[in-house]
Design a protein around this ligand. Structure first.
Ligand SMILES: NC(=O)c1ccc[n+]([C@@H]2O[C@H](COP(=O)([O-])OP(=O)(O)OC[C@H]3O[C@@H](n4cnc5c(N)ncnc54)[C@H](OP(=O)(O)O)[C@@H]3O)[C@@H](O)[C@H]2O)c1
Length: 305
């Protein structure tokens, strides 16, 4: 099988495709024939050797990516809830960008893909969907709330704004003006980020909660507008002004992924895909992602040859 991997930390140029034997699932594991693997910023934060790698004890040589969708094609001893042929999506930590991967079903979330949800979109729900779901849940959003989503057009933001709207909240989302029409279509009040954001938020009547996906500006604006610390989450810069990230409980992740998949399968949740590439172009897709202005998700199609 083909496997995207790197032997040293570095930019996308360190990524290479190697041929390896298919991995075999051990006890408690299943093997997935990967059809789609979505990209996340944490992938490049790991392969470039930032704290995202060192804090997890990750050292090359190692694989790339986390989010997979495909079909179970081998089942290890003791796994009874999944069978060969089941469509699944979930986490394969540092081993997503390869034709086959092995997942430990006790420690990594892997759930069934419902009919009506294709593999490309299913793969987009794993890290971004779980994070959007957990952030909106932690903020306990509902009718009468107005939430600021700073960085509303990215992989997490575009799902967070929709989940917040589904819970009845008013959403103010920041994005580059070229993305405003897409946010307005979700019922979002779209404003530019950057200089003057606080004045724009005041002009809209302020906010009760903040989901910060980009840096710290949304949290600083929330503080200026009197939003309590417990009604803010910050996923890009953890701990700014004491504001926490999102919880990563595995049981909750499985339930969240199943709920997100059902919403996406029936069309309630839009999962915008910015681009699909073959494995040989994954390094270029990471370069684009590292530019920081992708709307929705970039995905590697492992079936494209
Ligand atoms: N569990 C976790 O803690 C967790 C999980 C997922 C992600 N994250 C982190 O959260 C961040 C966002 O992830 P993602 O997947 O959504 O990234 P992404 O898909 O790359 O989206 C980035 C978005 O940031 C927006 N942006 C760029 N400059 C901005 C600015 N100055 N102010 C506000 N928004 C700006 C861009 O919007 P425009 O195109 O409109 O400019 C773009 O859509 C990353 O740092 C990622 O590592 C953490």
């Amino acid at each position: 099988m083909r496997r995207l991997m790197h032997r040293t930390f570095g930019g996308p140029a360190v990524l290479e495709i190697v041929q390896e034997p298919d991995p075999e699932p051990g006890p408690g594991e299943v093997r997935v024939r990967v059809h789609a693997a979505a990209l996340n910023p944490v992938d490049w934060k790991i392969f470039t050797g930032t704290a995202a790698a060192t804090s997890r004890g990750l050292e090359p040589p190692m694989g790339v990516g986390n989010d997979v969708a495909g079909v179970v094609d081998a089942v290890g001893e003791g796994v009874t809830h999944l069978a060969i042929g089941d469509r699944v999506f979930g986490s394969a930590r540092a081993k997503a960008m390869q034709d086959r991967t092995v997942v430990d079903v006790a420690t990594e979330a892997l759930v069934r893909t419902p009919d009506g949800l294709d593999d490309l979109r299913a793969s987009c729900l794993v890290v971004a969907g779980r994070t959007a779901w957990a952030g909106v849940d932690r903020l306990a959003l509902g009718e009468g709330d107005t939430v600021l989503v700073n960085g509303a057009a990215g992989g997490v933001g575009v799902l967070a704004v929709q989940l917040a709207r589904l819970r009845g909240a008013r959403v103010v989302g920041t994005a580059n003006p070229r993305n405003h029409d897409r946010l307005v279509a979700y019922g979002v009040d779209a404003i530019p980020y950057g200089d003057g954001m606080l004045d724009r938020l005041r002009a809209l009547g302020g906010v009760d909660a903040v989901f910060e996906t980009h840096g710290t500006a949304g949290i600083d604006a929330g503080i200026a507008l009197g939003v309590p610390q417990e009604r803010m989450v910050g996923i890009a810069v953890k701990g700014h002004a004491g504001v926490e990230g999102v919880p990563t409980d595995l049981g909750q992740t499985g339930a969240a992924l199943a709920e997100l998949a059902a919403l996406a399968a029936d069309g309630t949740l839009d999962v915008p895909i910015a681009g699909v590439v073959g494995l040989e172009d994954a390094h270029d897709a990471y370069r684009v992602l590292m530019g920081g202005h992708v709307h929705g998700k970039l995905v590697v199609d492992l079936l494209a040859r």
